[in-house]
Design a protein around this ligand. Structure first.
Ligand code: GYE
Length: 346
């Protein structure tokens, strides 16, 4: 019997390592043995999708720092972009009887069964950053207590509006938009099937449809990473249509930054020969804007940790929460990037 109790914690620890979980804060910390706003210390299982971008790293850091601040025990798991790893981590959270689960679904679909398992276990769920799509007839609000994140469609709408306005007023080294000349667009999309890719594609398509002279000549995923953004752009720059590209829309900054390297390598000037707009507003994007290689970035706030912890405490105290409070976001270009740079937090 004694042996059993000695072996059990070791076994649990081993299981957590196998499933990629990491206990962020051990016993009671400076905050004592209660979490902020609670009468006890609570445990949150958190399934993050990976570390594909500057944005993601900022988001992870924000969640970890906020857990410390709230004195919430965080069991953090990095899924390395694999949905099956997220499932494994979430099942281990259920076995460990965590108080609450936070997760960012890598893709929108395929979560019905596991959300049912979580619901059956009576554990509340906060969905962070990317939304899920459940089978027809099912309502995500029945499975997810709160969503914390941005409006992806709205971000892409802003990107489209920025581009249309800039091409009309300034243009690139080849042309200005007179309403009838073709404006040829290349689009680097994020992880296929992710809430961010689906929403940003919908938002862009709906807005740009108002301008029939905008033509999409290239569209491919770069999986939200710098390396793949660069690779895909390299291939486009080698194609016979390379000279036709007027505008590049990248669904995140990292892919735009990778693409900028590829455009430079091909002997073209990013930011003037090809107008480039992306989404996130991470530091790397500001550096590129100050070099006049990236034209604009639409902000997507990754600093969601405090809102996640605050919402968790409310849920566990049976207080009402708003299902989705949209993040407030702005946008930056060469007119305001320099002034904003010093106060950027990510
Ligand atoms: O834009 C990108 C990241 O889901 C909003 O994922 C997030 C996106 C973000 O990797 O940089």
């Amino acid at each position: 019997m004694k042996k059993f109790f000695v072996v059990l914690p070791a076994l649990a620890a081993a299981l957590m390592v196998i499933s990629g979980c990491q206990r962020e804060s051990g016993g009671a910390s400076a905050g004592g043995d209660v979490s902020r706003g609670m009468d006890r210390r609570i445990v949150m299982g958190y399934s993050q999708i990976g570390a594909e971008s500057e944005w993601r790293t900022a988001c992870t850091n924000s969640v970890k720092a906020a857990a410390e601040e709230w004195n919430i025990e965080l069991i953090f798991s990095d899924a390395q972009q694999k949905q099956e790893n997220q499932m494994q981590a979430i099942r281990s959270f259920i076995r460990q009887k965590v108080d609450i689960i936070g997760f960012t679904p890598v893709v929108e679909t395929g979560w019905d069964a596991i959300l049912q398992e979580i619901k059956d276990a009576g554990i509340p769920v906060i969905c962070v950053d990317r939304q899920v799509t459940l089978a027809a007839g099912k309502n995500q609000e029945d499975y997810i207590t709160a969503f914390i994140g941005s409006n992806m469609q709205a971000e892409a709408t802003k990107a489209a509006q920025w581009i249309v306005n800039y091409m009309k007023t300034t243009g690139n080294t080849k042309k200005k938009d007179d309403g009838s000349t073709d404006i040829n667009v290349a689009i680097l999309e994020g992880t296929t099937g992710s809430g961010a890719q689906v929403g940003r594609t919908e938002g862009w398509n709906a807005e740009i449809a108002k301008y029939p002279n905008y033509k999409t000549i290239f569209r491919q995923t770069g999986n939200f990473t710098r390396a793949e953004g660069q690779q895909v752009m390299e291939a486009w720059m080698k194609s016979p249509q390379a000279n036709d590209i007027d505008v590049l829309l990248a669904q995140n900054d990292d892919m735009a930054i990778g693409a900028i390297d590829a455009i430079n390598a091909a002997g073209k000037k990013p930011g003037t020969d090809i107008i480039i707009v992306s989404i996130d507003a991470v530091k790397g994007a500001f550096d590129a804007m100050l070099r006049k290689e990236l034209n604009a970035t639409i902000e997507c706030n990754p600093l969601l940790g405090p809102q996640v912890m605050d919402t968790a405490v409310k849920i566990l105290n049976n207080q009402p929460v708003t299902w989705w409070v949209e993040s407030e976001e702005s946008q930056f270009d060469w007119t305001n990037a320099e002034a904003a740079y010093p106060s950027r937090q990510y």
